[in-house]
Design a protein around this ligand. Structure first.
Ligand code: NAI
Ligand code: 15L
Length: 266
């Protein structure tokens, strides 16, 4: 198998549960990590339950690891304090430990909310300035900047996968544009882990949907070619034909995250 030890953080989460079995062919041992319970270790698995904000625990968990799929953290908007611990400090710990333990490559589960304040009339690529729509989005921008810094400073490579909406099916009209099927997610990870050189690369995680807001030409060296399309769900979300659309959540790439009422209040 290509890796001896592959670390997956966020293993108890929605995507972590999907990935748990599907990444097995890539490593002798998959190290599964989360702050939440992950059940029993199965064959070829090791389980480390810890808080990513705990630097010593992260350092220990990184021992002997070849590559990291960093999916752990808070995955929607929250207080800055909570985001700071899980996503900002947590990701900084992952990078420092990875560097210290000689990890070669990280795939960072970034998010479309790094650019959530672009509008549905904007078509952007990886060179577009970030426009985060939430503290959550800001924390993902921070993770991407760490990736850039560690690449330039230490040679640790990262693909920042700016995931759109990775669920079994699109749940609304916006997700017809942002949807990333699980099969395409796995393919994006496969390409990100096994492309010869990635340096610091940003890849938008979307399927081959009919409408796109994001241009992946700056990541063409990964050779990622999605196979699915949200068009199979067309009948579920007919276009209203109105402009501007009454459904304000389709105005911004980040959807409802960009709407004022989502602003997190203590
Ligand atoms: P999720 O919320 O289901 O999973 C995240 C996991 O991280 C949870 O199991 C949680 O217990 C764990 N976690 C939270 N704080 C932690 C801490 N301090 N220490 C250790 N573990 C901690 O989210 P989901 O949907 O599985 O997403 C996984 C990753 O992908 C997240 O980083 C999310 O931001 C990112 N992502 C997901 C998208 C999607 O469509 N599902 C879209 C864009 C990004
Ligand atoms: C994300 O970043 C979230 O983790 C996920 O729960 C969805 O909200 C997704 O983006 C999205 O924008 O649809």
């Amino acid at each position: 198998k290509p890796f001896k030890r592959l670390l997956l953080t966020g293993a108890a989460g929605g995507l972590g549960k999907v990935l748990r079995d599907r990444i097995k062919p890539w490593a002798d041992v998959v190290v599964l990590s989360d702050i939440a319970d992950m059940g029993e270790a199965r064959e070829g698995e090791e389980i480390v339950q810890c808080d990513l904000a705990d630097k010593a625990a992260v350092m220990k968990m990184m021992e002997g690891v070849d590559a990291v799929l960093h999916f752990g953290g808070i995955s929607t908007e929250n207080t800055f304090e909570n985001i700071m611990q899980a996503n900002i400090l947590g990701t900084a710990n992952i990078y420092e430990a990875a560097h210290k333990k000689g990890v070669k490559r990280i795939v960072f589960a970034s998010s479309n909310h790094t650019v959530g304040f672009y509008r549905n009339t904007d078509y952007i690529d990886a060179a577009a300035p970030t426009r985060p729509d939430s503290f959550y989005g800001v924390s993902k921008c921070f993770g991407e900047q760490l990736a850039s810094y560690y690449w330039d400073r230490t040679g640790l490579e990262t693909v920042s996968l700016r995931i759109g909406s990775s669920f079994p099916e699109p749940k609304d009209r916006r997700m017809m544009v942002t949807w990333l099927s699980y099969d395409d997610l796995v393919e994006a990870l496969r390409r990100s882990l096994f492309a010869t050189r990635v340096g610091f690369t940003i890849l938008f995680g979307m399927s081959d949907n009919e409408v796109a807001w994001w241009d992946n030409s700056k990541a063409s060296h990964l050779g990622y070619k999605p196979k699915d399309s949200s068009s199979q769900f067309d009948a579920n979300f007919p276009d209203s034909g109105e402009y501007p659309d009454k459904n304000a959540s389709v105005t911004y790439h980040g959807g409802a995250f960009a709407l004022a009422e989502v602003r997190y209040k203590d």
